[in-house]
Design a protein. Structure first.
Length: 208
């Protein structure tokens, strides 16, 4: 049976608050019309263009933990339309997310595209694998040019995904995006500086 993100997120307490706020009618049967348990070409392209994401897990004590994950563009790999994977490189060695997932394999990912004000949220079950457990998967997710030691591989089995409203997403731009945006201005500035130098030289020659 196919189901959507809100089928998982809409617990009795969530539905109670929706009713309290008078919006429960907006979400009645809403998830059933938006079955999103397989990535389409659009989601796959979006995931492949990300260089970071946020991952939430929950500890045995019930406290959530949100971790930022970053790497080269496309480091979160689409294995198939229901599977993602990424190499887990050595960091500060607290292993909070890894420990949480050992007790509860559920995770929620937020993938952000700030310039275009887009946000993809994903519910998944996460499996920890040794780097040498699946050579083909290791080849897919590891980057030989990336500085860092892969300690494990995380394979994520999709439960459901959804896209968020862009209303409150503030546009932000990374270094490459800013460089691309200002490149025409820099080229024009160089042209003007060259023209200015020629005019100065011409004026100096005329005075002499």
């Amino acid at each position: 049976m196919s189901y959507g993100f809100l089928d998982i997120a809409s617990t009795p307490s969530v539905r109670a608050v929706q009713a309290e706020m008078g919006v429960d009618h907006m979400w009645t049967d809403f998830a059933g019309d938006r079955a999103m348990d397989r990535f389409t070409a659009g989601e796959q392209a979006f995931i492949a263009s990300r260089d970071s994401f946020y991952m939430a897990t929950v500890s045995e004590s019930g406290w959530p933990y949100v971790q930022h994950r970053g790497g080269p563009e496309g480091f979160l790999k689409v294995v198939d339309d229901r599977t993602l994977a990424f190499a887990d490189y050595r960091g500060n060695r607290q292993y909070i997310s890894t420990g949480n997932l050992a007790a509860n394999d559920r995770a929620c990912l937020f993938l952000m595209d700030y310039p275009h004000r887009a946000r993809l949220k994903i519910y998944a079950h996460v499996e920890k694998l040794a780097v040498d457990a699946d050579p083909a998967l290791a080849e897919l997710v590891t980057d030989k040019n990336y500085r860092g030691r892969a300690e494990r591989i995380f394979r994520l089995r999709l439960e459901a995904f959804d896209w968020n409203c862009p209303q409150h997403i503030t546009p932000r731009f990374n270094e490459r995006e800013v460089a691309e945006a200002v490149r025409p201005l820099q080229e024009r500035l160089r042209q003007l500086e060259a023209e200015n130098a020629e005019l100065r030289a011409s004026a100096a020659g005329g005075t002499a």
